[in-house]
Design a protein around this ligand. Structure first.
Ligand code: FRU
Length: 492
């Protein structure tokens, strides 16, 4: 049954989606129909299509009572919009249908697991939001909330766990048929724990174990956990709130981490081996992964940051977009990220410049544009003191990526990229050459740049709001740098 609130959201989207022209949107990055989006949710493969849901407030460019928006795709690149699937229309989720995940049930139904935020008026008249885990089932278009919601409440969290902050369930099914879910629970000592739950049927859950805990330095609430096997290890991913900086490894504020380790499936104990950043750019949060039918582990994230999310660029009629879906693999304990291979089908003509010597600001024939896939190989051979690349450039604007070979620092600067606000516009990332070079694969799509550094062993993602007419790309060096550039325009 479609509730009034859900009907209203669908109608609003239908009435207003046409106010945003295709030119105002990116070409291959997911945006909401209207209004605001944040975390990717329910990323899954169902009935021959990839499904992606998202935290959605269709009515304005600000976060508000959360709905779930929905898009589907056959190739992870071209997405088609489906009607909004959930509105905050029940007592247990009247303040929002928060983040969650999805899978296909053995009986062929699509199961969504999410956090219901129920606002309760306490005896003293104050209002409090309680978070519980809830479910909905559907056929890929229409979804019904489960009549026995919520399915996991804070009654079962370990002692010292918060009754309020308990969210973002990520569900999966093991080969023996057992369902598992990890969720984040704040703890009374100012940290949070990633809790593991298990279920025989996907609906009735019991607490299993604590997978890991934050330790203040790595933020307090670890939002949006994910837990999966990757090339022989287990990876715990999370988006910690309010991290402390740690050299250039972690910046202050909300960040994203992955923890490779070993997991004992019998005892449900996880032993961490390292803690590393997932993305070192400016706009990246709440990643979620899914396993594709061909076995690939694919991740997508919100291409925004909470710290800057109140600053909607002037003239922008919607807020928030997703990253490109990225294939994950593990090499020597490090996660590699690559844009999904499906993107290559949309490449146009190849432009190739080999071993070009760069000193003064130079553009290369055929290397320009705002929707492209470009790889730059920079030889680190002691002949230059600094190298820089400007993209989305015109006489007033540019986005700067530069490399200091002595300090081994890659810097980003988007202070001339169309945002008029005093926000975070720069980042420094420690990047070491591999086999004598730095490799930067840059995906651009009108309002963003995703940089895959050295085969994707590090990434840096940022949004830019430069006018689309700023299409120049230029290179410069202090001293003489040698680069090889391969560039493809992308068209859809
Ligand atoms: C992360 C997050 C989640 C929550 C959702 C609410 O960005 O705060 O923890 O479920 O956003 O929209």
């Amino acid at each position: 049954m479609t509730s009034e609130l859900l009907q209203r959201a669908r109608q609003f989207e239908e009435d207003h989606i046409k106010d945003i022209s295709p030119e105002e949107r990116p070409l291959y990055h997911v945006t909401g129909g209207t209004g605001w989006i944040n975390d990717p949710n329910g990323f899954s493969f169902y009935k021959g299509e990839y499904h992606l849901f998202y935290q959605y407030h269709p009515y304005s460019n600000e976060w508000g009572p959360m709905h779930w928006g929905h898009v589907v795709s056959k190739d992870l690149i071209r997405w088609e919009r489906r009607p909004v699937v959930m509105a905050p229309d029940q007592d247990y989720d009247n303040a929002g249908c928060f983040s969650g995940s999805a899978l296909e049930l053995p009986d062929g139904r699509h199961l969504l697991m999410y956090t219901g935020v129920g606002r309760v008026t306490e005896e003293d008249g104050s209002q409090k939001d309680y978070q519980t885990q809830c479910m909905a089932v559907g056929d890929g278009t229409e979804y019904e909330k489960y009549e026995q919601n919520p399915v996991i409440t804070t009654a079962v969290v370990p002692e010292g766990g918060s009754k309020v902050d308990f969210r973002d369930p990520k569900i999966w099914q093991e080969e023996d048929g057992t369902f598992y879910a990890v969720a984040s629970n704040a703890t009374d000592d100012g940290n949070s724990a990633i809790l593991l739950f298990q279920s025989k049927d996907g609906f009735h859950w019991e607490f299993c174990s604590v997978i890991d805990r934050s330790d203040k330095k790595l933020g307090w609430m670890w939002e949006c956990p994910d837990f999966f096997e990757l090339d022989g290890k287990h990876i715990l991913m999370a988006s910690p709130m309010e991290m402390m900086p740690d050299g250039l490894k972690f910046h202050v504020g909300h960040g994203t981490i992955y923890i490779p380790g070993t997991y004992d499936k019998e005892t449900h104990q996880f032993v961490r081996e390292d803690v590393l950043p997932i993305d070192s750019g400016i706009d990246f949060y709440a990643p979620q992964t899914m396993k594709a039918p061909d076995g690939r582990r694919i991740m997508i994230a919100w291409m925004q940051a909470w710290s800057t999310s109140k600053f909607v660029p002037k003239g922008q009629k919607y807020f928030g977009q997703m990253t490109v879906p990225r294939e994950l693999s593990l090499k020597e304990g490090k996660m590699l990220q690559k844009p999904v291979r499906e993107l290559e089908a949309f490449r146009g003509q190849r432009v190739f410049h080999k071993n070009v010597k760069i000193s003064q600001e130079t553009s290369l024939e055929g290397v320009s544009g705002r929707v492209l896939d470009m790889t730059v190989h920079l030889k680190v051979d002691g002949k230059f003191r600094s190298f820089s690349m400007k993209t989305a450039q015109d006489t007033e604007h540019y986005t700067l990526v530069s490399y200091d070979p002595e300090k081994e620092i890659l810097s980003l600067d988007r202070s001339h990229s169309g945002l008029q606000y005093d926000l975070i516009h720069t980042r420094e990332i420690s990047v070491k050459p591999v086999d004598g070079e730095i490799m930067l694969r840059c995906l651009m799509d009108r309002f963003s740049m995703e940089i895959f550094i050295n085969d994707g062993s590090q990434t840096a993602t940022l949004t830019v709001y430069t006018p689309q007419s700023a299409e120049t790309i230029s290179f410069a060096a202090e001293g003489e740098a040698e680069i090889t550039v391969e560039k493809y325009a992308l068209s859809f």
